[in-house]
Design a protein around this ligand. Sequence first.
Ligand code: PHE
Length: 347
Amino acid sequence: MHDSLGELQKEAVAALEKAASLAALKEVEKNFLGKGGKVTGLLKGLKDLPDEEKKSFGKAVNDLKVALEGLYQSRSQILEREEIDRTLENDWIDLTAPGTQHETGHIHPLSETQEEVERIFQQMGFTIVDGPEVESEFYNFEGLNIPSYHPARDMQDTFFIDKAPHPTEGKMVLRTHTSPAGQVRALMQHGAPLRVICPGRCFRNEATDASHEHTFNQVEGLLIDEGISLAHLKGVMLEFLKRLFKRDLKVRFRPGYFPFVEPGLELDMSCPFCDQKGCRVCKHSGWIEFMGCGMTHPHVLKTAGIDSEKYQGWAFGFGLTRLVMMRYAIDDIRHLQNGDLRFNEQF
Ligand code: PHE
């Protein structure tokens, strides 16, 4: 009997040492020491032995059991260690590797230039005002000295809104310029003296091409006070352009026509891109048409309830979209609003 115990021991030790993984080792342990295992079976059979053998055989089986358990423990520690080493070798993390860059959004060139324009005018004491993009004919036209019979209405390529007209202010339109907000509404709301700019979107019913869009941005300016002349407009614009283009530029006035100013003027600036040497942007003339402007017509002041004998001033309006196109040499206006990321990501 003791001999077969020796065989069993050899068999078990060999199996424990051969097991190459924790799972295999577990299996060996079950075969020998588990509930239905061979060693456990011997212990269970003890009760059938004669008393004189029970004691010594019992002790021998128990010793074997303890020895095998010890061996199992040490083997399983070794295998566990090996498994951890393997994992460390294969699944390591390089803490010095550079991180992955997340894509972030950024400011659209139109917004960026608008913010810059706002900042410069704020530094010169102008307040920023706003107004609705859907306007009534009163604010878009009448309040600007453009009555319904006036031929200038046809110049504006107006989008009319397909909904009930305003009870007292005429049909509803998409504003064709920022003048209704930057002049009429600002004057009616705040009175005189006043110094405001009004950046915003405008809309015109035009065929689109590289330089025409149905939607574009303007910046309106208005200054009303006592004793104001065109000299103040010239001074403000020289300073504005100097701060925007970071160089001294020249301006010149040419006669222009807008019903809400008298006299009406166009302002040109000397080309900041070639310093008047001649380039594509100024079409080799050295000058760039920059904006419409003029002395505010007394009718506009009167309509807004302002004493036109005491107060006078000027207004201007320039195309922010055009300014951005010049600055960044964008050759097609349609790029600015079509939402193509390949365009936007260049800025
Ligand atoms: N509102 C005019 C336009 O859209 C521009 C302008 C503004 C002209 C103010 C004179 C004074 O063309």
